[in-house]
Design a protein around this ligand. Structure first.
Ligand code: GLC
Ligand code: CA
Length: 576
C-alpha cells in the first residue's frame, strides 16, 4: 500500500465538543445535538476542519458518557440517532469532517453484554469481561491484585451473585471488556465502530487506547504506602498484545479511510509511542501523549500545589511530542493543551488575572499554531475561557474524579481542614470540572447556553465572567482571543510546510522565562518566541539565530515593541 504523505487529517484542525456543555436548544439545562447543529456555522467560521464529539451514546452518565450502555443509541437528553445522522450530514455539508469518541476498553455495567456476563458463570458472555476468584489473605477475602483504579479504590468489584470479582480500571460502573476473547473484539468492531462508520463518521478519538491488553495483572510495587491500592498504570497500559489488537482494529477502520487519534497515558517510553503512530505499523494515525498533561501534577494528579513546575518542564514535554516526527520517523503527532479532562490552559500555563488573560490566551494560540502535528482546540479555548474561581465551593465540582479525590483526602486525614483546603486549592487549579462548565455564548441568561426561558438551570454553574468573555462579543471584536485564533489558523494554513510539518528544535530549553523554538522545512526556517512571564522581557534571541536576518510574521500584541516583548507576548519570525 502506498503511504499518502499528506492525508487530510495531518493538516486538519480539530474542534472538540463536549455535548452536555456546548449548547442547550430545548431549555432542559443540558446541551444537545440540535444545539451543536445550530452552531456549526460558528465552528466553521473559526477555521477548523474537523469536529470531535465526546460520547453522546446512551449511558447512565456515571462518568459523563464514558460509561456506555448502548453503542448504537444516543443519550436521550442529547437527541436521537436521527439527530446524529443530521449532525453528520450538516457537518459534511459545510465541508467539515466529524469524529466520535470510541470507548471500548470498558462499557457501562448496564450494557446488555455485562448484564449477561454477570448473570452466571456459564453464560456465553461470561468471558467478555474480566472475572477472577478472590484471594484469601489471613482468612479474609481480598481482590486478585493490589491495583488502584483511576478514580481511587481497588480496580476489582465483588459480585455477590456469582461470587467473583470483575475488573474496572475506572469506576465500578465501568467494567473492562475482555479483549483476549476474539468474539468480544468482533462484537466491539461491529457495534461501536461499523454502526457509526456506516452512518458516515470520519474517524475516532480512541479512549484509553493502550489499556486493551493487560498482561499478567501481577501486584504493583508499593509506591503509596498509605494505601492498600497501588498505582499500576505502567503495568496495565501497553500490554503484550496491543500491536496485534490495534492492527486488527485498524483493518476495519482502513476500509472507511477513518482517522484515529488514541489517548495514550502512562507511556514514558518514546519507542513505544513511535510504534503506535508509525505509518508502516498501521496501528493508529496519532496519539495524545500525556507529557504536557502531566506537567505540574502530583504523584496522584491533584496531590500538588498550583503551578508546581518550571517553564523548562513544560518545554521538555512539548519537545517530546514534537520529536515524534523527527526524521527518520514515519509517525505523526498532535498539538493540544486542553480537553475535557484538563483544566483551562490560560489558568494553568499563563495567568487568568483580568489584566493578563487575553494576552495569555493569544500567546498560547500563537504557540500552538506554530507547533507540528494535528492541532486540537477544545470548546471555549478559542474564547480564552478560564477556570472557575476559588470562591466556588466543592458542591460545584460534579466530576467523579474530583469528588472521589476530595472524599479520599477527607477519609485519609480524618477531615483535617488544612488538608481539605489544600485539596480544594489543587482542584481549583487542575480539576476536569473547569472545562465542563457551559460555554459562554453571550451575557444573556445562562450565558446564552440555554434559551432565556429555560425550564431548568444548566447542569453545571455557568461562569461569572461572561461580561468579559463570550462568543457574541468576540465575533465582532477584532482584538478578541477568538479573532486572534482565526488569524493564527489562517497563518498556520498559509505556512503549513513550516508550521504543521516542519522539524521542531528548542533553542534554549533552560531559559526560565522565554520559550524560543525554530521550525525548519527544506531550507526554510521560522522562529517562535514566547514570553511566559507577566512582565516585559528584553527581546533577545538565542545564539543559533541571533545574527540571522528575520522578518516578523505575526505578534500576539497590537503594537510589538522594538527591543522588548510585552508580558505574555508571542511572536513568529521568518528567517530570510
Ligand atoms: C478517558 C476519558 C475520560 C474518562 C476515562 C474513562 O480518559 O477522556 O474522560 O473518564 O477515559 O473512560
Ligand atoms: Ca437540552
Amino acid at each position: 500500500m502506498t503511504v499518502v504523505q499528506r492525508p487530510w487529517w495531518k493538516d486538519g484542525v480539530v474542534y472538540q465538543i463536549y455535548p452536555a456543555s456546548f449548547k442547550d436548544s430545548n431549555g432542559d439545562g443540558i446541551g444537545d445535538l440540535n444545539g451543536i447543529i445550530s452552531e456549526l456555522d460558528y465552528i466553521r467560521s473559526i477555521g477548523v476542519d474537523v469536529i470531535w464529539i465526546c460520547p453522546m451514546y446512551d449511558s447512565p452518565q456515571v462518568d459523563m458518557g464514558y460509561d456506555i450502555r448502548d453503542y448504537e443509541d444516543v443519550y436521550a437528553p442529547y437527541g436521537t440517532v436521527q439527530d446524529m445522522e443530521r449532525l453528520i450530514n450538516e457537518t459534511h455539508d459545510r465541508g467539515m469532517r466529524i469524529i466520535l469518541d470510541l470507548v471500548v476498553n470498558h462499557t457501562s455495567d448496564q450494557h446488555k453484554w455485562f448484564q449477561e456476563s454477570r448473570s452466571s458463570k456459564d453464560n456465553p458472555k461470561r468471558d467478555w469481561y474480566i472475572w477472577r476468584p478472590a484471594r484469601t489473605v489471613n482468612g479474609e477475602r481480598k481482590p486478585p491484585n493490589n491495583w488502584v483504579s483511576n478514580f481511587t479504590g481497588s480496580v476489582w468489584q465483588w459480585d455477590e451473585l456469582t461470587q467473583e470479582y470483575y475488573l474496572h480500571l475506572f469506576c465500578p460502573e465501568q467494567p473492562d471488556l475482555n479483549w483476549e476473547n476474539p468474539e468480544t473484539r468482533q462484537a466491539i468492531y461491529k457495534s461501536a465502530m461499523e454502526f457509526w462508520l456506516e452512518r458516515g463518521v470520519d474517524g475516532f478519538r480512541v479512549d484509553t487506547v493502550n489499556m486493551y491488553s493487560k498482561g499478567e495483572m501481577l501486584d504493583a510495587p508499593v509506591t503509596d504506602p498509605g494505601s492498600e491500592w497501588q498505582p499500576a498504570g505502567l503495568q496495565y497500559c501497553n500490554g503484550p498484545r496491543m500491536a496485534e489488537f490495534l492492527a486488527e482494529m485498524n483493518a476495519v477502520l482502513e476500509k472507511y479511510d477513518a482517522m484515529t487519534v488514541g489517548e495514550c497515558p502512562n507511556t514514558p517510553d518514546m519507542k513505544r509511542v513511535l510504534q503506535y503512530v508509525s505509518a508502516k505499523e498501521r496501528q493508529l494515525n496519532m496519539v495524545f501523549q500525556f507529557d504536557v498533561v502531566d506537567v505540574g501534577q502530583g504523584p496522584y494528579k491533584f496531590q500538588t500545589t498550583p503551578k508546581n513546575y518550571t517553564l523548562p518542564h513544560f518545554k521538555r514535554a512539548i519537545a517530546r511530542t514534537q520529536d515524534l516526527i523527527r526524521p527518520p520517523s514515519d509517525g505523526w503527532t498532535t498539538v493540544f493543551l486542553e480537553n475535557h479532562d484538563q483544566s483551562r490552559s490560560i489558568t494553568r500555563f499563563t495567568s487568568d488575572a483580568p489584566e493578563h488573560r487575553v494576552a495569555g490566551g493569544k500567546m498560547l494560540a500563537l504557540m500552538m499554531a506554530a507547533l507540528s502535528g494535528t492541532l486540537f482546540i477544545y470548546q471555549g479555548q478559542e474564547l480564552g475561557m478560564t477556570n472557575f474561581p476559588e470562591s466556588w465551593d466543592m458542591s460545584e465540582y460534579k466530576d467523579v474524579d474530583s469528588s472521589n479525590y476530595y472524599k479520599m483526602v477527607a477519609q485519609r486525614t480524618n477531615n483535617d481542614p488544612t488538608a481539605l483546603a489544600a485539596a480544594h486549592k489543587s482542584l481549583q487549579h487542575l480539576a476536569r470540572d473547569h472545562s465542563r462548565v457551559p460555554m459562554s455564548w453571550s451575557t444573556g441568561p445562562h450565558n446564552g447556553f440555554s434559551p432565556p426561558d429555560a425550564k431548568a438551570e444548566p447542569w453545571m454553574r455557568p461562569l461569572e465572567d461572561a461580561n468579559v468573555c463570550n462568543a457574541k462579543q468576540q465575533k465582532t471584536n477584532e482584538k478578541s482571543v477568538l479573532a486572534f485564533w482565526k488569524h493564527m489558523l489562517q497563518v498556520r494554513k498559509e505556512y503549513s510546510d513550516l508550521l504543521v510539518h516542519g522539524q521542531y528544535d528548542d533553542l534554549d530549553v533552560e531559559h526560565p522565562d522565554l520559550f524560543v523554538f525554530s521550525k525548519t522545512w527544506k531550507g526554510k526556517k521560522a522562529v517562535t518566541i514566547c514570553n511566559f512571564t507577566d512582565k516585559a522581557q528584553a527581546l533577545e534571541f538565542p545564539r543559533q539565530v541571533r545574527d540571522e536576518k528575520r522578518e516578523l510574521l505575526v505578534s500576539s500584541v497590537d503594537q510589538p515593541g522594538d527591543g522588548e516583548l510585552a508580558a505574555f507576548e508571542g511572536r513568529i519570525y521568518l528567517l530570510a
